[in-house]
Design a protein around this ligand. Structure first.
Ligand SMILES: [Zn+2]
Length: 433
């Protein structure tokens, strides 16, 4: 890499290079990104280690060792990206072009921008001779987008000593939003759980020309699908929603029923943020029955996507579903559940976010949110009890624009937001350390 004169230029150039290293998952090929990062970091004197389950899918872990027993902080990010169809893009998705102050390319937002900012933060601190109290770690992991066991999960299980830490800063949030006329930076402290299941409706096959002798599983499934689709799950007030409403509106809500009205009264965006955080969701998304037109199906399988509030278990979800569907000719296969973890809000990491926000944007405050999807944070919360937040600040690009571009065409990130990210990560390391 050419000698960069400012951190802004350094993070821009590193992101451009990362975007040009195609790590579309599948197949991933994250080793190209890990090696690129290793070369960059070692150039600043940061020691790196590559950990790979298979050679082409390496995870990079870099570290500035702590002076002693202080609290350790880990910058977490993933280097894989989702597919990009060049025909939909106004720029080459793996070109890493800078246009009008924005870096264009697949992964600019999700999340090579944060990868680059984390690398530049730790590299610049190392060059300044920064000696944290506890270890400062940077993990750029493989395989977040598919989650087939090559990335964060594998790293936490197989090499726990490499990534064990007290605090994690990961993706998930960080947008500056105006709510009720006041500025806030959203910080993700928890995530919903993804807990899908298959509803298998049972009948008896037969020739379709004589339907009365058969028992059509597809037809029997119809009212069950409708029941699931029409179901309005009970609302609950989770601590993150209470804290969010209190931070933004000044008042702690007392019941889950008036939360949406209160939120709407402050700002439509607040209502949009809060709505998925009031209850579990049940969404039938896939169906299969007879493979042949002239055969009445004996089995109809419905896959149901379901997201649970943190604190709700799949067993509680199943009780709700069975009560809803009642007795019948069906069985339920629970698929693997992920996520649904939370971190406390009263922590040194929260205070680091708070003091940074105050320093760059006087009058603004961080506001806690629960992410409706899930990230790799839960592996660290589960394995080490780490406090993990999703926070990468974004001020120039609006949340509405960013959410339209992630996993979509014309993904790009403003250079100014990258620089802001470097500033936050450096501040967090210096504050915790
Ligand atoms: Zn991501």
């Amino acid at each position: 890499m050419a000698i960069a004169t400012t951190l802004r230029q350094e993070v821009t150039e590193l992101l451009q290079e990362l975007i040009r290293a195609d790590t579309t998952n599948p197949p991933g090929n994250e080793t190209v990104a890990a090696e690129l990062l290793r070369d960059y970091l070692e150039g600043s004197g940061v020691s790196c280690e590559l950990y790979a389950r298979i050679p082409e899918r390496a995870n990079l872990v870099a570290r500035i060792p702590g002076r002693g027993e202080g609290l350790s902080l880990l910058f977490l990010s993933h280097t894989d990206v989702v597919l990009a169809d060049p025909s939909e893009w106004a720029a080459a998705p793996f070109g890493g072009e800078v246009r009008d102050g924005e870096v264009w390319g697949r992964g600019a937002l999700d999340m090579k921008g944060q990868v680059a900012a984390s690398a530049v933060a730790i590299a610049s601190l190392a060059r300044e001779g920064f000696e944290p109290a506890g270890d400062l770690i940077f993990a750029a992991t493989a395989d977040e987008e598919v989650g087939a066991g090559f990335g964060a999960q594998w790293l936490c299980e197989t090499h726990p000593d490499a990534v064990r830490c007290d605090f994690v800063i990961n993706e998930g949030s960080g947008d500056r939003v105006e709510l009720g006329g006041k500025p806030f930076y959203l910080c993700a402290v928890s995530e919903k759980m993804s807990a899908p299941f298959v509803l298998r409706v049972l009948g008896r096959s037969g020739h379709a020309s004589m339907p009365s002798i058969a028992d059509n599983a597809l037809v029997k499934a119809a009212p069950l699908i409708t029941a699931i689709g029409n179901y309005r799950p009970e609302r609950h007030l989770i601590p993150e929603v209470e804290a969010l409403l209190e931070t933004v509106g000044g008042e702690r809500p007392t019941s889950p029923d008036d939360v949406l009205d209160r939120a709407r009264a402050v700002a439509p965006l607040l209502a949009e943020l809060v709505e998925p955080l009031l209850s579990m969701t049940l969404s039938p998304t896939m169906a299969s029955a007879s493979p042949k037109r002239n055969v009445v199906p004996a089995v109809c399988e419905i896959t149901v996507d379901s997201r649970l509030l943190p604190g709700t278990t799949p067993a509680e979800q199943q009780e709700v579903v069975r009560t809803l569907l009642g007795e019948g000719d069906y069985e339920i296969e629970v698929l693997e559940a992920h996520g649904g973890t939370r971190s406390p809000m009263d922590t040194p990491l929260w205070r680091a976010v708070e003091s940074w926000v105050e320093s760059v944007d006087p009058g603004a405050r961080p506001a806690p949110v629960c992410v409706a999807g899930f990230t790799d944070s839960h592996w660290f919360r589960e394995a080490f009890g780490s406090v993990a937040y999703g926070f990468f600040p974004s001020r120039v690009m609006k949340i509405e624009t960013a959410s339209r571009l992630i996993h979509s065409a014309d993904e790009r990130v403003p250079v100014e937001d990258l620089e802001l990210g470097v500033s936050f990560l450096r501040h967090a390391a210096q504050t915790i350390g």
